[in-house]
Design a protein around this ligand. Structure first.
Ligand SMILES: [Mn+2]
Length: 243
């Protein structure tokens, strides 16, 4: 059987993403890579992470889901809504602007509207790519979703886009009524079990290691009905393997 490899919440952390991909030795024929969203904001290399995700989808048939940060970047570029601009800045958007506009100095002023126009004119293909990403993916083993599913829906496919990208405790702390395990990001594992390592619940698995907060980037591997994990530390770049 092929390996399924799941990674979430990369948030511009290109170094750790590259090293994790290299450590996993991902081969397109035998492996399936599933990226669970939030490629941009907070970390230093959002533009390069999006480029890498685009090529993994194109060249390796990777699945990439849309997270709330990816959606917000799309909304920022396509609308001139001041609320979106404020939220974008409050949630690590400046790092995305620096990455796309090649601003290296910490002190240089960034004019948001100039940056928006620059991205629209030069990276519209990234915005188009992010805007078209699916909100969930399913196979025989799991349901993959950025944030979770709303327990108030008998058919989770009818829930709002907002729930797919934002739901937290309501999903995490109640049993689901579906017969597959749900693999999700968005809520950091450390917020659930006080550790950055992957959290294995009864019916759901939280994989966000909080890399952009200085913790770690996790990969969950599913092969022959077994789970294993590989993590890379943000501070030391050390890899940790767990069978
Ligand atoms: Mn998120």
């Amino acid at each position: 059987m092929r390996r399924l490899i799941m990674i979430s919440d990369i948030h511009g952390c290109l170094d750790q993403f590259d090293q994790l991909i290299a450590a996993l030795n991902i081969e397109s024929v035998s492996d399936k890579l599933i990226l669970i969203g939030d490629y941009v904001d907070r970390g230093p290399n959002s533009k390069e992470v999006v480029e890498k995700v685009m090529s993994l989808v194109k060249d390796y048939g990777a699945i990439a889901l849309r997270g709330n940060h990816d959606q917000r970047l799309v909304d920022l570029i396509r609308s001139s809504n001041p609320t979106i601009q404020t939220k974008f800045i409050e949630h690590g958007g400046i790092e995305t602007i620096r990455s796309y506009c090649n601003i290296t100095s910490e002190n240089s002023e960034v004019d948001l509207n100039t940056a928006i126009n620059f991205i629209m004119n030069n990276y519209n293909h990234h915005i188009e790519f992010l805007s078209n990403l699916p909100l969930y993916y399913e196979d025989d083993h799991h349901l993959y979703v950025h944030a979770g599913i709303n327990p108030n829906y008998t058919n989770w496919k009818e829930q709002s886009d907002y729930d797919f990208m934002y739901i937290k405790d309501e999903f995490i702390y109640q049993p689901t009524i579906i017969d597959k395990k749900i693999v999700f990001g968005h809520t950091k594992a450390i917020d659930i079990h006080q550790k950055a390592d992957i959290w294995f619940g009864e019916d759901k698995i939280a994989i966000d290691g909080g890399c952009a907060y200085g913790l770690q980037l996790n990969a969950l591997i599913y092969e022959n009905d077994q789970y294993s994990t590989v993590s890379i530390s943000h501070s030391t770049n050390q890899l940790k393997f767990n069978q």
